[in-house]
Design a protein around this ligand. Structure first.
Ligand SMILES: C[S@@+](CC[C@H](N)C(=O)[O-])C[C@H]1O[C@@H](n2cnc3c(N)ncnc32)[C@H](O)[C@@H]1O
Length: 275
């Protein structure tokens, strides 16, 4: 199925922007009835409406769950930067952990500068729904459904920028998931600040790292550092130059798996977990 969709995309949609935008609109609104149904029946919703399904066949959630299982503690502290509608939050909370979890969720829940070039329907809708609080309302709804199911998780929602969170925060964490702004200045600071508050044996998972930094020169990444997503002909892939540059500046290179990088802190050293 995935191969067929890829074929249709490559053959008909990639080069035809108008057709592609139409397909995206149909995809987006087709989720609305299920969204309403889930809201009414108090069930969690992640799907096409509000673009709340950010996973899109990437299998990053599976990796995050595997890493979570490697944390052997009676109480786990999780920090998630950039939660959007809560797809990752829901996925983690569905893991059948017998331990107690404190899950800190940080998000601006407000329009932010996503990109200077990708000013299309998807980006416009995301910003509109962040600004009018539709995203925050769905996130709160999804969180309520988890709270009902799982008594051993405590959520702490921080409606603020990651920068403000780091200024105010004095806690340390066992798992930090970075998926807020992808622009270089932001993601660079998010990684640097996360390193400082990670417990020993803890993990940092970074999202939207599709192509390894070693494949790019500093100059090509600097040129695009404020772009959200750009297409690489060489790799036939979209990638986030801000994330690749931040990784290159801090670590030179890290392995990428399903668009993620992962570090483990061992005796004050940060080890590339996928290497
Ligand atoms: C790609 S989405 C996160 C997707 C989410 N991890 C999921 O599983 O669905 C990025 C999120 O980061 C938030 N964001 C962007 N810049 C931010 C900042 N400087 N501080 C806090 N949150 C930010 C946006 O509001 C948005 O919800």
């Amino acid at each position: 199925m995935k191969i067929l969709l890829r074929y249709i995309y490559d053959k008909f949609l990639k080069k035809n922007r108008i057709l592609w935008e139409m397909v995206v609109r149909i995809y987006y609104y087709s989720g609305y009835p299920i969204y309403i149904f889930c809201k009414m029946t108090k069930k969690p919703y992640v799907g096409s409406y509000l673009f709340s399904d950010q996973e899109a066949g990437r299998e990053r959630l599976k990796i995050t769950k595997l890493i979570l299982k490697k944390i052997k503690k009676k109480k786990i502290k999780i920090l998630e930067l950039g939660v959007f509608c809560g797809q990752n939050t829901l996925s983690i909370s569905r893991e059948n952990l017998s331990v107690k979890v404190d899950h800190f969720c940080v998000d601006l829940f407000n329009a932010y500068e996503i990109s200077d070039i990708n000013n299309d329907f998807r980006y416009k809708k995301c910003n509109e729904n962040l600004r009018n609080q539709n995203i925050y309302n769905l996130f709160s709804h999804n969180l309520k459904t988890i709270k009902k199911e799982r008594g051993n998780i405590r959520f702490f929602v921080k409606k603020m920028s990651t920068r403000n969170f780091f200024v105010k925060n004095s806690k340390k964490f066992d798992l930090i998931i970075i998926d807020a702004s992808h622009q270089f200045n932001f993601v660079y600071k998010d990684i640097i600040s996360s390193k400082k508050i990670l417990n020993n044996n803890g993990f940092i998972i970074g999202d939207d790292y599709e192509v390894e930094s070693k494949n790019f020169s500093f100059s090509s990444l600097y040129k695009n550092k404020n772009s959200d997503l750009i297409y690489s002909k060489r790799f036939n892939k979209y990638y986030h130059p801000g994330v690749a540059l931040a990784v290159k500046r801090i670590f030179k290179n890290l392995k990428s798996k399903n668009g993620l990088f992962c570090l483990q802190k061992k005796n004050k050293k940060f080890i590339d977990f996928f290497n």
